[in-house]
Design a protein around this ligand. Sequence first.
Ligand code: GDP
Length: 443
Amino acid sequence: LPIVALVGRPNVGKSTLFNRLLRKSRAITHDMPGVTRDRIYGECQMNDVKFDLVDTGGMVLESEATPELSKDFEDEIFEQAREAIEEANAIIFVVDGKEGLTPLDQQAAEYVRRSGKPVMMLVNKVDGSEFSAAMTSDFHIMGLDLLPVSAAHGYNLSEVRKRVRQFVVELNLPEEVDDGIERGLRLTMLGRPNAGKSSIINAIIGQDRLIVSDVAGTTRDSIDVTFEKKNKRYTFVDTAGVRRRANIQDHLEKISVIRALKNSKRSDVTILTIDITLGVGRQDKRLIEFLAKEKTPFIVVVNKADLVPRNETNQALDAFRRELRIIPHVPIVMTSAQKGVGIGKLLPMAEAMRKECEIRIGTGILNRSLQAVLEKQQPPVVKRKRPKFFYVTQADEPIPTFVFFCNDHTLVKSAYARYLENQFRKMLGIKTAPVNVVFRSSH
Ligand code: GDP
């Protein structure tokens, strides 16, 4: 899908706009009990046109920066914007009509212009047509197509949607074609440079036949590598991303979060590789947080095990387990790409994970399970009220998602939600895939 990035300095209202643009498109498929999650990356549908929208505003990642790495806040935003621009097919540049044109806007606009990518501009916080002329006048000198909007109050949103749709149509990007061939398992490799990602890919592919290695679709220099093993097809998504970042010095390197998320979304299973001698670094932590929050199916690979004495590996594993304690279902595999140890486990493990993601469970079984779980342990009383569960269904989502209908979803506390998740995992045999439990009030 085309990627459209929302770019602009902080506080211009990108996130509100992001939610506005996304929410309405979700309503199209709203007859299923769906799920809404906070996303910095989401699929938009406007009539017949689909694209991925990226909100750069939610991606200030350096807020907890340590002094030696700390950068100017503005610098950081700028870096995020730069990254978003690089990876997008088109840009929606957002400015604040209340504030007027600022130097930071101009700086960002300069970057946007240099990218040569199609840009449209939204002047946000224009709360009605009567303010439009005065509040947009500053921005005409930037020479971009502009449209006033109020993301918060809804002014001009339908016009904005129409124009955004047209904007995407005019990009005229080739559509991804489905050749009808079973596409097989798709994998994304993430991790810091030198963690051993390329070595692992090489070790996995080994002597097996490489069928395709082409420059695919919409993202510039994204190289998917497809190969066959034991008559099954596998693809490593965006190996260009794996290689390219490896050449950059570590302290200058930044894992491209947008790219990571995009690739993870395009694949079935993500593999996060960590160097055992370095442990879980800040970048790894962030990626783990993102993957957990996005409910991405993933495996943690602890590589270079050959560099640690055998009697210390268990201790190392415990440390990695601790890092993943909020998502205990995520498997950790110790490997040595160099010695070929542990590599053979990865594909079968990823396959099993995908199978679990594709599980579909009938309402009968789900509701019998729910009764059993409730009998074992009633939800605790909250504010003198006890949550009452009516029934549960599985939503049509890429990962197992169970929607519990109850008298009042605010009464269900996270400890009980965890209990339900764990019990359902056990009963349904979902060991490694992420599971989403959602609560809805109904009467
Ligand atoms: P990438 O940047 O994550 O793709 O990392 P590479 O696959 O290029 O590996 C970085 C360096 O680590 C190379 O010098 C590899 O030879 C080395 N390396 C990769 N895996 C292992 C391993 O399991 N053990 C040891 N000792 N070295 C490894």
